[in-house]
Design a protein around this ligand. Sequence first.
Ligand code: BG6
Length: 476
Amino acid sequence: MSDTEFPNDFLWGGAIAANQSEGAHLAGGKGLTTVDMIPYGANRMPIKLGQVPHVELDPDEFYPSHNAIDFYHRYKEDIALLAEMGFKVFRLSIAWSRIFPKGDELEPNQQGLDFYRSVFEECKKYGIEPLVTLCHFDVPMHLVNEYGSWRNRKMITFFSRYARTCFEHYKGLVKNWLTFNEINILLASPFSGAGLLFQEGENHDQVKYQAAHHELVASALATQIAHEVDENNQVGCMLAGGNFYPYSCKPEDVFTAMEKDRENLFFIDVQARGYYPSYAQKVFADKGVELVTEPQDFEILKHTVDFISFSYYASRCASAGMNEGNTSAANVVKSIKNPHLPASDWGWVIDPLGLRITMNTLYDRYQKPLFLVENGLGAKDTPDENGHINDQYRIDYLREHIIAMHQAMEDGVPLMGYTPWGCIDLVAASTGEMSKRYGFVYVDRDDKGKGSLARTPKQSFYWYKKVIASNGKDLS
Ligand code: BG6
């Protein structure tokens, strides 16, 4: 037993997203969405990062999202496994294009609404609270092709209609909502993050920050609507977290690290405080960005979130001399390799203390409760001859991070809950691999989509079950 004591109402659980788990990409009237256009293999990154001007499906490519882990048909079995671990909360996302297949319709698709109703009811059957992300890396493709996605102001109307539909339809079933997953990833990965494609010669920063403005207004409007529809609704923003460390104590490195942090925190500054931070003007001027806004935008932005949710996999590192040659993009945010830290097989550094530092930074800055909605170790798992998976490395990673998050709570940071990422193995967002696994539950499927899709609890499944049953005391 450790001396970790968590509040009685602490929400233990796990997280997945529609685009990486559901599959059934055209079932029940669903429309194509951005992630459906991102193949596995060499052409993945150029599309994902918005480096090609136009995307179309190619019959010679393999698209991992089209079948994923077939959560769409297997959610009852999956939720039963989560319940067996004792989950109190389950973070998942709604695929926008199941509810509005094209995105600009006036009426929602009943089949899509019914699907999520039955998923949420299944959760409730076991006393599991859904925590629902409205937009997790998926924009209906019709909105991309017809309107240019978030570069277009009309998206605010489409998104708020979608958000209102969800709030009204699931009133009483869902009360915890997130608007945009990892909203800051739009800067690094504009197509997968926000459906953005670019024309030759365009100022990418102009397009990205204009899109960011539309998302921020849409997020604030959704927050306002959520509160109007049900005063019990709690709405969070969502940051791809992880502080930048200065590579050295040279003031130039420290300053660069501060600027790199601001690139990410900019979004949360707006969502948590209700107005643009003062440094934004200088950033926009330096990048040649001229935002097109309307006066009411600044009133809408005043509708701030109730809590700050974030993902944390790794800390980051910056120096004044960082460039293409000395950085890598663990989780697509460019960072210098920190020589003091070990890394996963995918080069993501492992830094539990970085979680404590990040949590303290976020709470110092915003003074709103935090929710750690993604964390985990992407690793290759190999079943033994009996099919058993001993993922001790994952248990070690999670234990150290739970201890760090508890230490942050002792520092005075309020944390609502913890939903480690990919609690059931799913498709990796960055690489499209299945072999980069995070789950407590193994899914038999390989990188090319072969496998029975059978679910098998790993060693970590039984460990996490014990962690939850002891409310975090027993981490052994
Ligand atoms: C976060 C995303 O960036 O990291 C998830 O919100 C993603 O969608 C997760 O899956 C882990 O990244 P990856 O690339 O290992 O799947």
